[in-house]
Ligand binder design. Structure first.
Ligand code: FAD
Length: 422
């Protein structure tokens, strides 16, 4: 694969026919995650499409001119004209393939696809999910010299990477930015030697055979599996939500609050996440209306006191959202007064939903014993009902879901497995 500079951009890219250009940086974990996928695809599509890369820091003016704001970023060209979407961050192999295929005739795509050879790799332990639970298990297993692979559909870090500040993880006097805490956890585990397969599509999981298929062609086999897939936000399930998700309705304050500088926002929920994130969002938004179904918040007292002292935040207790409608640049949230049954309309620039979480078990739920809420039941060593299958962190049935408890579960599972494998 050719490395080019901005001086060669005209010749190699604009006049280069069909081209995919990778803007990369050093000390960039998502760039490291992309590199093997990009190289693998260059071998497959390289006769038809030119694969080139450019060091972003040394070619800043060109990167800025093309609107590149982060690394890695892939830009696709056909005869000098930019094509399709710009891909950046945790780029999946399937997303790149979709864009490459769009540059070629259908018949040629078929020929290329026929060249894809399935591959098999073998490890002692597969960890599914690289949040605090999975990363900690990876660290302990690696230090016990057990050949371990961490597989994640996103980049490593889990929820912590999108948490604004963490003030209750021991060992730090000051609150830590979530992205930094998760970055350090991930680097520690990676440096030890655990293999990472991240930002992949997990196509199939067979817990009994201990086999995971990623990106459709690679089968990863192991003696044991640790499930550390965490949770995802619950959706409201009301009209307009699906259509406006990511287009004005958000489930992540760290990701989206910055877009609401001096704007008005509705927050739905009343637990710890809703109340703590309202405080963070108020650093940007000019006005926040909190909508909660009960007559008081269920968040911890300290967070509630902070919220009630915040002049930007007002509350609408005993109200429940019924629908979302876009009107121009604003979103109308229709809420029902649960006492009077009257419907009110709240106009805002955006809506944040924080109404709890659900376990990520869709790909493998059938054979596992679950609790009434769908979380995986484990014993004190984190074993599930399936032989050789462990589960740790937020995905398991337990009372308190915190970074410290996920880290503790990961530790226990890894030590138990290390003893068994010895
Ligand atoms: C907004 C918010 C703020 C929080 N603040 C704090 C705090 O201040 N302090 C604190 O202690 N806790 C906090 N928590 C809770 C804490 O983040 C979690 O308890 C912790 O992250 C759980 O770790 P985990 O490894 O179990 O799961 P997660 O962090 O959820 O990680 C799970 C990983 O699994 C991956 N995954 C999902 N499905 C699959 C699949 N099929 N295959 C492979 N990988 C998959 C995900 O991409 C993710 O990377 C907060 C949570 C939220 C949502």
């Amino acid at each position: 694969m050719k490395e080019i500079s901005s001086e060669e951009f005209e010749k190699e890219v604009i006049k280069g026919g069909k081209v995919v250009l990778d803007f990369y940086s050093t000390e960039c974990p998502p760039c490291e995650a992309l590199a093997p996928k990009f190289e693998g695809l260059a071998k497959l599509y390289g006769n038809d499409i030119k694969f080139v890369k450019m060091f972003r820091q040394q070619n800043k003016p060109l990167a800025e001119k093309l609107g590149i704001k982060s690394s890695p970023t892939l830009v696709f060209f056909d005869n000098g004209v930019q094509q399709g979407e710009i891909l950046s961050g945790g780029i999946k192999r399937s997303d790149i393939i979709r864009q490459l295929d769009a540059l070629l005739p259908e018949a040629r795509v078929k020929e290329i696809k026929a060249l894809i050879k399935p591959s098999i790799s073998e490890f002692d332990v597969i960890i599914l999910g690289a949040g605090p639970g999975g990363l900690t298990a990876g660290l302990y297993l690696c230090q016990a010299k057990i050949n371990t692979v961490l597989i994640d559909i996103a980049l490593p870090g889990g929820h912590v990477s999108t948490t604004h500040e963490v003030s209750n993880y021991p060992g730090f006097i000051d609150p830590q930015p979530g992205y930094l805490l998760s970055h350090n956890m991930s680097e520690q585990t990676k440096l030890c030697g655990t293999v990472y397969k991240v930002a992949v599509d997990v196509t199939n999981i067979d817990l009994e055979k201990k086999e995971v298929v990623i990106d459709e062609f690679e089968t990863v086999k192991a003696k044991k599996i640790i499930i550390a897939t965490g949770t995802s936000p619950n959706l409201m399930g009301i009209p307009g939500e699906k259509e406006l998700k990511g287009k004005g309705i958000s489930y992540c304050a760290t990701c989206d609050a910055k877009y609401y500088g001096d704007k008005e926002v509705v927050i739905i929920g009343g637990g710890n996440s809703a109340v703590e994130e309202a405080d963070f969002i108020s650093k940007f938004a000019s006005k926040i209306t909190m909508v909660h179904q009960f007559d008081s918040f269920t968040a911890n007292k300290q967070a509630q006191e902070k919220l009630f002292a915040n002049p930007k935040i007002s509350t609408l207790f005993e109200h429940e959202p019924r629908s979302f409608v876009r009107e121009g640049n604003t979103i109308i949230t229709e809420v029902e007064d649960l006492k009077t049954k009257n419907i009110k309309k709240i106009k805002s620039d955006g809506v944040f939903v924080f109404i709890g979480m659900k376990p990520n078990i869709d790909l493998f739920r059938e054979k596992l014993t679950l609790d009434n809420w769908g979380y995986i039941k484990t014993d004190e060593d984190m074993r599930t009902n399936l032989d050789g299958v462990y589960a740790v962190g937020d995905v398991i049935s337990k009372k308190y879901r915190q970074i410290t408890t996920a880290v503790a579960d990961g530790t226990i599972a890894a030590i138990a497995i290390a003893k068994e494998i010895e």
